[in-house]
Design a binder for this molecule. Sequence first.
Ligand code: IDP
Ligand code: MG
Length: 142
Amino acid sequence: MSESIERSLVLVKPDGYRRGLSGEVLRRIEAKGYVPIALAVTTPTREQLAAHYAEHEGKPFYEPLVEFMSSGPVTAMVIEGQRCIEGFRSLAGATEPTGALPGTIRGDLGRDWGLKVQQNIVHGSDSPESSAREIGIWFPEL
Ligand code: IDP
Ligand code: MG
């Protein structure tokens, strides 16, 4: 792999999966030009989520987040391309879906439901270190 080619771990969260938005998320990723190199539908275990969201342990939304993320299947994928970590975060938009800009996944497809955790359709790695760690959790074979 050329050094400048990055990988990012993307999840279509249970809200997005339930609403049938996995294809729409993948469509936007491919339209942007990033390449999916691994794809799976899986219901996350609490252990997987504890590892994935370790940085958030102890925060008020941590338990609701783990509860939400284990509530049903997610579509997990690894995407590849130069600067795809930053690029996918840009496609995803801001964490808080009410203020996420129109044109982004969260801005176009997400909204506030008055719950303890924001349901915002997607997760994307936020750095090369997170990406390597997260790919190890979701796709240990890679
Ligand atoms: P990110 O997904 O945009 O990287 P993080 O800060 O890593 O955002 O938070 C992980 C997830 O936890 C968010 O995507 C969202 O679902 C939820 N979350 C983050 N901050 C809050 C909050 O202040 N209230 C409720 N839910 C939150
Ligand atoms: Mg994050």
